[in-house]
Design a protein around this ligand. Structure first.
Ligand SMILES: *Cc1c(COP(=O)(O)O)cnc(C)c1O
Length: 391
């Protein structure tokens, strides 16, 4: 009998979570809530430290719960290896520390998670790393920005908050030998696997969809083994590591990722279409809609659905947003996303408040923009609540 490993996301997720613990016969994975791991001999210490023997020494350097989650995400992304960090920001920081040094250069999409932009600006100001911001919709800008010192380019697979889909094969080609690093938080590997499209390193805020239940802070990066070894080394050195329980929770959340992504993609498309018809809504941003600027790219890269995130612009600006948030009793205003429940957020005041008003304006984030993270509720209930809230 030919026992090929499972190759559908559903089966991989349902059966993941690490090997069962045969000593206790526990069906569910254990939580290795420990600071350190006892060592039997000096020879064993050397063998584990050198990687000749499988094992762990100290949880900042590695823990079975870290590895179970990282390995599952790596398998879903089609990567050789993965590493977990304490948050999405921690994962990106570890990637930067592994790939970039003083005097080096980064090409970055102009539209990124606000804190990512803030981090890149801090690298420029404090550590002499140069950053060129370029328009991800114009790959020629990325190509033109590359110099001999360029170490990486960073884009989001689906950008926050206008849901622009990065044309990854074209951007990867534009970068040549320079690695394209993709923040795949919004798409997840169930909808898009960036490594299949030329990306070299992928990271996530696992606080969002990968965990999916709004109760974990976690990040993960996946890619080639040699690169991930360096990223892991930096995570350990700078103390960016996660803890066992967060990994265990996220690993549990990951079991239902394919089901959740299919459902939120369907509901978000229905909700986006209903919002388009509402008179108080000036514009809806969802890559599954025919009028979205990324529609053609989404058709190629997101055939399974465009995810659960959408944004819409209210004609009445900030006061209209405030009135909507007051009226939405059951849909909370929460500065996160990808919870099981639907939440609304205000990019100009949360994820992008670290940008100046003119920077926000330049990337199309207006004062009337609302971001909706579509959850697992019934579509009809969401449509009714939104319609009532919009008046
Ligand atoms: C939340 C988020 C991050 C940061 O992740 P944390 O887990 O909050 O540190 C990065 N990128 C995107 C797209 C996000 O939504």
């Amino acid at each position: 009998m030919n026992l090929e490993p499972a190759d559908s996301d559903e089966t991989r997720c349902a059966r993941g979570g690490g090997p069962p613990d045969f000593t206790t016969r526990s069906s569910a994975p254990a939580i290795w809530q420990t600071t350190a791991f006892d060592v039997q001999s000096l020879d064993q210490l050397d063998a584990i430290a050198a990687g000749r023997e499988k094992g762990y020494l100290y949880t900042r350097d590695g823990n079975p719960n870290h590895d179970a989650f990282a390995a599952d995400v790596a398998a879903l992304e089609g990567a050789e290896a993965g590493v977990v960090c304490a948050s999405g920001m921690g994962a990106f920081t570890a990637c930067l520390l592994a790939l970039v040094g003083q005097g080096d250069h980064i090409v970055a999409s102009r539209v990124l998670y606000g804190r990512t932009v803030q981090l890149l600006n801090h690298l420029q100001a404090a550590f002499g790393v140069r950053v060129t911001f370029a328009d991800a919709a114009r790959p020629e800008e990325f190509a033109r920005a590359v110099t001999g010192a360029t170490r990486l380019a960073i884009v989001e697979s689906i950008s926050n908050p206008l849901m622009e889909v990065a044309d990854l094969p074209v951007l990867a080609a534009a970068m040549g030998a320079v690695p394209l690093v993709v923040d795949n938080t919004f798409a997840t590997p169930c909808l898009l696997k960036p490594l299949e499209h030329g990306a070299r390193l992928v990271f996530h805020s696992a606080s969002k969809y990968l965990n999916g239940h709004g109760d974990v802070m976690l990040g993960v990066a996946v890619g080639e083994s040699a690169t991930i070894r360096r990223v892991k080394g930096m995570a350990s050195l700078f103390g960016l590591n996660s803890n066992p329980f967060e990994c265990w929770l996220a690993s549990r959340g990951l079991r239902t990722l394919p089901l959740r992504m299919r459902q939120v993609s369907q509901t978000a498309l229905d909700v986006a279409r209903a919002l388009q018809r509402h008179p108080a809504v000036q514009r809806v941003y969802y890559p599954g809609l025919d009028d979205h600027s990324s529609r053609e790219i989404a058709g190629r890269l997101l055939p399974r659905g465009a995810g659960g995130m959408l944004a819409f612009e209210l004609a009445g600006g900030r006061p209209a947003v405030n009135a909507l948030f007051q009226a939405l009793g059951e849909i909370p205003f929460s500065p996160t996303l990808a919870d099981a429940r639907t939440t609304v957020s205000y990019p100009a005041g949360t994820s992008h408040k670290f940008m100046t008003a003119s920077e926000r304006q330049a990337c199309g984030i207006g004062d009337g923009l609302v971001r909706l993270s579509v959850g697992l509720e019934a579509t009809a209930d969401l449509q009714q609540e939104l319609s009532r809230g919009l008046g």
